[in-house]
Design a protein around this ligand. Structure first.
Ligand SMILES: Cc1cc2nc3c(=O)[nH]c(=O)nc-3n(C[C@H](O)[C@H](O)[C@H](O)COP(=O)(O)OP(=O)(O)OC[C@H]3O[C@@H](n4cnc5c(N)ncnc54)[C@H](O)[C@@H]3O)c2cc1C
Length: 466
């Protein structure tokens, strides 16, 4: 491992010279929010030595060159809503916050694109597109707080990935400050390209380890005019989740297919203090579909209704979109309300293996006596499994969680799945990454990291160790 140098008073002065005195934070209390993301277990928190808030790619390039000269780690940070400790400075050093780079630079309504800085909130991207009658398809549940740059860095998914793909599918090009401090634009406003390696796609999802994203050109599309949200309620998890592969095959191309189990629905109900339909015994599958016109939407809704009913739904309702999506998006907060410490797993398996995976989760939960809550982007095989610590003593929790996770991921990989569908590996899943990834694949990743970041200064200690 590299022996990094400490941030000295001379380095602080140099940083002030680059971004201005006001935008260099060294006060302990003010740096505290930058020591963690949304992972609440304090064992994953680490203080930075300094936080800098640059406003341009040129300033960032100068900071990166300084960090290379001084051998000091740099951790890029968006809004800090991550769930993998990707933005946590595990070796101290510099946290580089993108929060001041928050401008929408251009919206082109003729050619359907938007150019943004990385610190724009995702909801603001969606709203700005909607205001001109257009649509930005990326839709993570944290949209009201996360930044678009963080979404690109983690390849965020979300609700609409079933139809529109993840963040990488919404991006035309990115401007990046490389780990050596060069500024480069990767990708282009092109519908197809085979011109060397797709380095834009390599940086997207690399969790701030291969470059700092400073500008993004996003794809826009016409705003869907005919949309309906259906709520199908099922008597048990097996029947509910068994519907998902059938839905995907039915040729309806849903926009979203979300699943919530009954304990989770009741947890959300308590948190919101609001009655939700069939919360006594129902498990939810929420399906959103878009139609070309009213008739097309009606036909799809009827087909969906038939499919759900044939498959054993207790009830199929047209949902109030505000209410149902508020319930779905409150999942994380509701669970946190129940137990401050939880393990948030982000399993992804082939869609046809979701039923088998859910059965395994139920069996493990019972075997280890650990309470679980599940909500899933079921249409793309992504299961958010929260394992609750509650008031279990630390030692017992650590031992049980470790055993649970090992059995869980053995099953995930046996079913053809992977560790994370959208939250990333960060620092939190690094050991599991080492354990479950093909050593050849890991070595290829390490070779790329070493080639692009020879001094290993950009977000070290994340995804894998070099
Ligand atoms: C309630 C809740 C719901 C969520 N729902 C979803 C969901 O539906 N789908 C989903 O995918 N995620 C979800 N998340 C996780 C999180 O919001 C996403 O991972 C999001 O993309 C992180 O964005 P951020 O701006 O907060 O990034 P941060 O947490 O600040 O950083 C995340 C990672 O990206 C890197 N990074 C950030 N900005 C840049 C940049 N400009 N250049 C290079 N690297 C950078 C950081 O170093 C870090 O490794 C949810 C989180 C919460 C708390």
């Amino acid at each position: 491992m590299v022996q990094y140098n400490k941030v000295t008073p001379a380095v602080i002065e140099a940083l002030k010279g680059i971004v201005g005195e006001k935008y260099v934070i060294t006060d302990g209390e003010k740096m505290l929010p930058y020591s963690h993301d949304e992972v609440t277990d304090s064992r994953y928190h680490h203080m930075p030595e300094v936080v800098v808030l640059p406003q341009t790619a040129q300033e960032i390039a100068e900071i990166v060159k300084l960090a290379n000269r001084e051998l000091i780690p740099i951790v890029p940070r968006g809004a800090g809503t991550g769930l993998a400790c990707g933005a946590v400075p595990v070796y101290g050093g510099i946290v580089l916050s993108l929060e001041r780079m928050n401008r929408i630079l251009e919206i082109n309504t003729d050619s359907l694109y938007m150019v943004v800085e990385p610190g724009v909130r995702t909801d603001d991207v969606q709203n700005a597109a909607r205001e001109v009658g257009l649509f930005y398809a990326g839709d993570p549940c944290s949209g009201d707080s996360c930044f678009i740059g963080g979404n690109v860095a983690t390849n965020a998914g979300g609700n609409r990935a079933v139809k529109y793909g993840t963040t990488r599918d919404q991006v035309y090009s990115i401007e990046v400050v490389t780990p050596r401090g060069d500024i480069v634009t990767l990708g282009g406003r092109l519908e197809k390209v085979t011109t060397g390696y797709r380095l834009d796609q390599l940086i997207i999802g690399s969790e701030g380890t291969l470059g700092i994203i400073t500008k993004i050109t996003l794809k826009l599309m016409p705003l869907p005019q005919h949309v309906v949200d259906l709520l199908a309620v099922f008597p048990d998890i097996d029947t509910a989740i068994g519907l998902v592969p059938k839905l995907i095959k039915a040729g309806i191309t849903p926009t979203c297919v979300e699943f919530m189990d009954n304990v989770t629905i009741r947890s959300v109900e308590r948190f919101l203090n609001e009655k939700l339909p069939h919360s006594e015994n129902g498990h939810y599958v929420i399906v959103q579909v878009e139609g070309e016109n009213e008739d097309d939407l009606d036909n799809k809704s009827v087909l969906l209704d038939e499919l759900c009913t044939e498959h054993g739904a207790l009830s199929v309702l047209v949902a109030d979109p505000k209410k149902i999506w508020r319930a779905r998006k409150s999942f994380a907060e509701a669970v946190r309300h129940e137990s401050l410490i939880q393990a948030k797993e982000d399993i992804v398996v082939p869609v046809d293996q979701i039923p088998a995976m859910m059965r395994e989760i139920a069996a493990l939960s019972e075997k280890y006596g650990l309470a679980t809550r599940t909500a899933s982007h079921a249409g793309d095989g992504n299961i958010h499994l929260n394992i609750l610590k509650g008031d279990m003593p630390d030692g017992e929790w650590d031992a049980k969680l470790d055993a649970f996770q090992h059995e869980l991921y053995k099953c995930v990989y046996r079913l053809g799945g992977k560790l994370s569908g959208e939250h990333g590996i960060g620092y939190k899943r690094k050991q599991l990454m080492q354990e479950f990834t093909d050593p050849v694949e890991l070595e290829m990743m390490r070779a790329i990291k070493k080639a692009l970041d020879p001094n290993l200064i950009l977000n070290p200690g994340k995804i894998f160790d070099v």
